[in-house]
Structure formats: C-alpha cells, structure tokens
Design a binder for this molecule. Sequence first.
Ligand SMILES: NC(=O)c1ccc[n+]([C@@H]2O[C@H](COP(=O)([O-])OP(=O)(O)OC[C@H]3O[C@@H](n4cnc5c(N)ncnc54)[C@H](OP(=O)(O)O)[C@@H]3O)[C@@H](O)[C@H]2O)c1
Length: 320
Amino acid sequence: MRAIVYGRYGQPDELRVEDVPVPEPKADQVLVEVVATSVNLTDWEGLTGRPAYARIGSGLRRPGKRVLGSDIAGVVSAVGREVTEFAPGDAVFGDNLWIKGGFAEFAVIPEKALAPKPDTLSFAQASVIPQTGAIARHGTADVRAGDRVLINGGGGGSGSFAIPLAKRAGAHVTAVDNAGKLDFMRSLGADEVIDYREVDFTATGQRYDRILDLVASRSVFSYRRALSPGGVYQCVGGSVPTMLRLLTAGTIVGRLSGRRIGVLGVKDGPEGFGPVTELCASGDLDVHVDRTYALEDVPEALARIGEGLTLGKIVIEVRS
Ligand SMILES: NC(=O)c1ccc[n+]([C@@H]2O[C@H](COP(=O)([O-])OP(=O)(O)OC[C@H]3O[C@@H](n4cnc5c(N)ncnc54)[C@H](OP(=O)(O)O)[C@@H]3O)[C@@H](O)[C@H]2O)c1
C-alpha cells in the first residue's frame, strides 16, 4: 500500500511516498481502508518532534512511528479475533493518536477508538471530528450562560468547534489567533477577537471566567491575572516548560488565589468525541474543512499548517 513515511524529525521535506506492507490487526484491533484522514496539530508536532512531548511513544532521537496521521474515517477491511463491535464493510471513524498511521491506504486502530460513521456525514467530515471534537467538548463542558470565555488558538481545529459550543452554552466569547483567522473566528460566533501577534490577552486588563488554551506559552501569573475570581484556566497543549509549570505552580497559585489553573484531561475515544459527532450529524454544528489534498500531497498540507494558514482543519482524501 502507499503511505507517507518519514525517518527523521524535521520539516515537511522529510516526508515521502513509499510502498509499505499493509499492517496486520492485533486481536483487539481493526484494519481500516482509509477514505479520509484529517491533519491535526499533533501531526505537525510529530513531524517536527516539538514540543518534546510529541516524541513520547515514538522515539526520542528518531521517530519510531514512521507514518503520521491520527484521525481516520474509512471502511473496515478486517478485524482481530477479539473484536466484536465491527465487521468488514462497516463505515467507521476515530482518533488513532497512540498508533497513528493514518496517512496511508490502510491503518490499524484499536476497536475502542472507533465509532460507526453517521450516514449524514461524509468520510471527510467525519475525519475532522475525533481529536478536536473531544478537546472542544471537554474544554467547554462546564461553560454556563453569561460566562466570559476566552479561547486561545481559536482559529484552528479545536477552536472551530469550541467557539460555537461556548456560544451555544450562552457565553460571551473572546477568541485569540493570528490576524488571518480573525474573520473566521467571528464567523464561528466569537463576540470579540484578538490578534496574538499584536496583543497579549493576559495584559489587557480584561478578566475571564474561563480560559481554554490550545497553545499555552505564558507564565502562571499571567494566566492568574487574566482570570476573574473563581475563574478556571485550562490548557490542552503548548510548550513543555509551560505545561510543567501549570501542573505544579499553576495548581498552587490557583488555589491560593481562589481560581483554578491547570491542564485539561481529554477523554479520547467515542466517549470523548460522541457529543460533538451527534451535533454535527444533526446539522446543529458545522464541520469546517479549510482544504482537501490527495495522499501524496500530505507534505504540502503539513506545510500549510506550519505556515499558520489553516482555518479549521485540512482533510487528506486518500480514496475518492
Ligand atoms: N490533551 C490532550 O489529550 C490532547 C490531545 C491531542 C492534542 N492536544 C493538543 O491540543 C492542541 C490542539 O489544538 P488544535 O488541534 O486546535 O490545533 P490547531 O488546529 O493547530 O490550532 C491552534 C491554533 O493556535 C494558533 N496559535 C499558535 N500560537 C499561538 C499563540 N501564541 N497564541 C494564540 N494562538 C496561537 C495557531 O495559529 P498559527 O497558525 O498562527 O500557528 C492555530 O490557529 C495542541 O496543542 C495539541 O498538542 C491535546
């Protein structure tokens, strides 16, 4: 089968098309013929090896997993002997974050990471949902009507679900991203937008009841300053030193100041992305596809992400 492989952490020019063997599903795994796969920030992080946590489970010096690609949608081709929920021919989708291998014609994925694809969603649309849908859902789960919510990195994949979810809950939403994504975030429902290259949202004097940070990079004290009393700051990704500080000093500073500061635990699998899937399948939440590319154009797709041009998500159409 054709797959996009790489052997060194680096830039998109490390990626090449190669013929590799079709993977064999283990007892609890499903072999999926991939129809569409969406590109996540985690793929960019896996390609570059930065932040350092992107190397966990792959390789510290060289990538042990040679094929990237987490979110897949396709058709079951074979199942391991312990698989009970799926059979060949089923249309499925899921997040293969721990095994990866989605930038290929076939991928193996644990049964528990998969869900049946709703008929109302195309394979491309379904492939957009798992990873970012789960993050957005968990990141907005406790938002209440009237909350002042800030979403940092709101113009990407998770933000394109999180902004409308926070609006549905009745919040006043401020969304932060680069200047090229401000109109997009307004179109998603953001009441106010901030260009992160021009304005530090923690230094404006504004205070928020909830901050969902997709790309944390600031000090614990900056985040505390931007929270109202009783407010909650949670990050899901960012630089490793920042995340370590949030897990340690953040917890203490939060407690001492009557706020909560920390890292958001995201439940993966259908339990995590199911609620967003239901809203998308019923037409109550839009799926935003920035562009689609063919499998051999994965390097170009990743370069677009690296250049900061993507509005929402990019989809790779592996099989037309
Ligand atoms: N906790 C978990 O279980 C879990 C699982 C998977 C992923 N993650 C993490 O969750 C995050 C997912 O984000 P995503 O999929 O929504 O990524 P995304 O689609 O790349 O969106 C991130 C957005 O943040 C913007 N950005 C970059 N630097 C910024 C800054 N300093 N201030 C404000 N915005 C900035 C990016 O814009 P530019 O184009 O300008 O860079 C991009 O639009 C990643 O950090 C990933 O590592 C966590």
